[in-house]
Design a protein around this ligand. Structure first.
Ligand SMILES: [Zn+2]
Length: 181
């Protein structure tokens, strides 16, 4: 039977004790509590929601988790802040020693239990940092940048029209290739 704990998320717990209770822990951390992550963002607003499942997987104590957060980062096209939602999934086999670690099948990612308690928030922060795309740009229009581009685009269109006037067959070919179905 699984026991479920929701809401208040402690920063650290004893993982093996959660495994013994087959515990599912759900809750949230403020982004502001994750300084390594928020250093790479435009601001530290928002929350990361977390679901952790402690249990056993093919003979090993395991921790399965999912984290989701809406973060505010800088758009790399217009340099304005933009919101982006990132999600990360992870699964660890919990091992007590280097020897145990060597027994793990290769596909398992190991988490070495060293102290009495283990930090959940560190895992969540690591996972979110891995999940943030390397290049972030607004999906749609970048407000100010796009206005500037539109102005420049007007000039480009005019140049294109002049070019086509000089090569009428090229323009005709383009039209033919552009038949709607
Ligand atoms: Zn943008």
């Amino acid at each position: 039977m699984q026991t479920k704990v929701s809401g208040v998320l402690p920063e650290a717990v004893n993982f093996m004790r959660q495994v013994d209770r087959n515990r599912i822990i759900e809750g949230a951390y403020p982004v502001s509590a994750m300084p390594r992550l928020s250093d790479s963002l435009s601001n530290n607003e928002g929350f990361a929601t977390v679901k952790l499942e402690f249990g056993n997987s093919v003979g090993f104590a395991s921790l399965k988790g999912k984290v989701t957060a809406t973060l505010t980062a800088q758009c790399q096209r217009c340099l304005q802040p933009m919101k982006t939602t990132v999600t990360g999934n992870f699964k660890f086999a919990l091992v007590n020693s280097e020897e145990e670690l060597e027994l793990l099948p290769e596909e398992f990612e190991a988490y070495l239990l060293e102290d009495e308690e283990q930090s959940i928030i560190d895992i969540v922060e690591d996972e979110l940092m891995l999940s943030v795309p390397m290049v972030l740009v607004h999906e749609e229009a970048c407000s100010d940048y796009m206005k500037a581009q539109d102005a420049a685009g007007g000039v480009r269109e005019k140049m294109q029209a002049e070019k086509e006037a000089a090569h009428p067959f090229a323009a005709l070919k383009a039209l033919k290739g552009d038949k709607p179905n």
